[in-house]
Design a protein around this ligand. Sequence first.
Ligand SMILES: [Fe+2]
Ligand SMILES: [Fe+2]
Length: 446
Amino acid sequence: MKKNNNFLLTSVAANNLQIGLFRYSIKPEKKFLSFNKTFLDLTGHSQITLLGKDFDILFSSQSDKNIFFKLLNRGGPVRLFHTKPKNKNNWLAISAAIIYSENNQKIIEGVIQDISHQKKMHDHIFIEKHFLENLLDNLPDAVYFKDIESRIIKANRFYIQGTGLSKEEIMGKTDFDFFSIEQAQEMFNDDQQVINEGKPLVGKIERTVLSNGQKNQVITTKIPMRDKQGKIIGTMGITRDMTAHANLEEEKFSMMINTLEVLGKALELRDPYTFNHTRFVSKIAQNIASELKWDAHKLLGIKLAGELHDLGKIAIPIDILNRPGKLSDLEYNLIKEHSQSCYELMKDFAFPFPLAQAVYQHHERIDGTGYPQGLKKKEIITEAKVLAVSDVLEAMTSHRPYREALGIGVAKEELKKGKGSKYDSEIVDIAIKLIEKNNNKIFWKN
Ligand SMILES: [Fe+2]
Ligand SMILES: [Fe+2]
């Protein structure tokens, strides 16, 4: 009988490793010679099921396997080859090399590590970048990002076309390359003011003369760009040519909305769950607001407030936001800061509706048990009360990385239970009416 003893490494060191160790014999016979427990966990096998299996178990596709062996047979080691094992839906990185034992046995010796998390992050970032670039390039405004010294580090298509340079040529340029010294100096001063004060400069009207002599009237908004720690690392600007337009106020208004939408998409897309959540909250809130017979301006206000209400979460590390299981008090307090940081971001935009206050107060409850200020009843504006009900309804009926969706029945119960204590009675009644009108189904994804 053919001997097929495989050997599980059981030393404390081997078993406490986060990486899987293996030795696989290619010649004379094909079999795993030794491995540790992590190797079994990562490949979805037990010591028994691994018996008689060959190296195929590390690849879900034949072409991956072929490429891996091509690399391996070149000689030196293969480093961090990405693969999906046959039995499991995780991503692995294999690092391995061929060695020969004393009795001339040909062996692959290597390690595997789980890279599912990194892979997911990488895919998120890719999607985020793609969406953001698409969005920026389709805007009819010039959008540009500058570093702390006011050098361009990124610009959208509209901006690049205006300069007559290529995407590559524009990097590192400053306004001094495109405008007169006086004009560029003023723009530089504005950038520095935004950086030093940490506050946006909203709707500044400028007359510009381009290098070809063309005179324009433009309106510009600049906001500080921050890194994860909140440190200012530059500015984002958005400029609209309004030479041909007469209505200043309207232009200013629609540009502020553009700025906020860019911000919303650019920053929320790092977390697709929050992004979808905000879109649905916005829809629920708009439906409730229509029932309240709000006018067009207020409807636009609640639409934006819904879309932007969780924008403050950009400052929170993704793994805290989406982590399954209980959060520590410290982590929970960090999450709670999002209404405050969102308010900080929006308070300087002069809208004809209380956008900043609405997002600031969306976690307040009318009995005073909410946050961040513990406001009560009439101290909370109606817009925030609409957001609160919409937020709870969406959050409870949607799947989150840390729990399954609780269902519309549970959400309805929560609203009924909190009616008049946590949530505004009239708004709860409207929300329930809307759900029941839609046969007790979600009405915001129609
Ligand atoms: Fe929130
Ligand atoms: Fe929310």
